[in-house]
Design a protein around this ligand. Structure first.
Ligand code: FPP
Length: 256
């Protein structure tokens, strides 16, 4: 992997340039498998290969940080065998790729609730975070047992506890302070959120952080995804004018 090392912290990408932080809802594994008459779990396994290809190609297309949705707080409702497969795939992915990622300067962070995860899953998560904590060339964030609403509730609880214990006052709270309690606290927000498979929903992904993200929906099923699709999403992103609630640049110039 060729790292660009360009992702200085908390710097949002400008329109017309490659995004620094891309988040992906990797959707369509089940449909990919169904179309081939295979069990859904085969789709997830192919999904891991697509993830590896995409991580591998991301830096080359100007991405410094990638956040992927691996398992949502709602995914516990899936059949036990599928849940167990997804847990196993996270462990297998980390075990097989950790050393290589670590040597390539990739920092790996897992977002989401730790409660509910089994000790063996927790062990690989903690190992991956520890082993790569000092890396700065590229940041891979895997949202696992993650829900945007749950993350906001957890942050609100942390702040409420600080108030209860007399360490903070309700009037101290503003957006900047609140987001320091989210599980994404040490990362800038996503510039671009991609969802594959043609569905057009956020499905509880990065609800706070995605406030000003550009959204790109691609018809490809996740197991078929790769760097060329990421490149196409970035090309679409580059055509967008990001206004963060302000006026269009042309209108501002015309108004003198
Ligand atoms: C959505 O497809 C995908 C998921 C719920 C899981 C994403 C997981 C992977 C890509 C592989 C594992 C990766 C890690 C990091 C553990 P879906 O099953 O909802 O597909 P469908 O909408 O076609 O049924």
């Amino acid at each position: 992997m060729t790292m660009t090392g360009q992702q200085s912290e908390a710097r949002p990408a400008d329109a017309g340039t490659a995004p620094l932080h891309v988040a992906i809802i990797m959707d369509g594994n089940g449909r990919w498998a169904k179309r081939r008459g295979l069990p859904r779990t085969f789709g997830h396994r192919e999904g891991v290969k697509a993830l590896k290809r995409t991580v591998e190609g991301a830096a080359a297309v100007g991405v410094g940080r990638l956040t992927v949705f691996g398992f949502s707080t709602e995914n516990w409702r899936r059949p036990a065998a599928e849940v167990s497969e997804l847990m196993g795939l996270l462990k297998a992915y980390v075990s097989s790729d950790l050393e290589r990622l670590a040597k390539e300067g990739v920092r790996v962070t897992i977002l989401g609730r730790r409660e509910g995860l089994s000790p063996d899953v927790l062990e690989v998560i903690e190992r991956a975070e520890r082993r790569t904590a000092e890396n700065t060339a590229f940041h891979l964030q895997v949202a696992f047992n993650y829900g945007g609403q749950a993350d906001i509730v957890d942050a609100a609880r942390k702040f409420a506890k600080a108030v209860e214990e007399g360490r903070a006052k309700a009037s101290d709270l503003d957006e900047a302070l609140f987001e320091r309690s989210l599980s994404t606290a040490d990362a800038p927000p996503p510039d671009l959120i991609v969802r594959t498979s043609g569905e057009r929903r956020l499905s509880n992904f990065l609800l706070w952080e995605g406030a000003y993200a550009e959204l790109v929906f691609q018809d490809v099923l996740w197991p078929d995804y790769g760097p060329e699709h990421l490149k196409a999403a970035i090309a679409e992103f580059a055509t967008r004018e990001r206004r963060y609630g302000g006026a269009m640049v042309d209108d501002v110039l015309a108004a003198g």
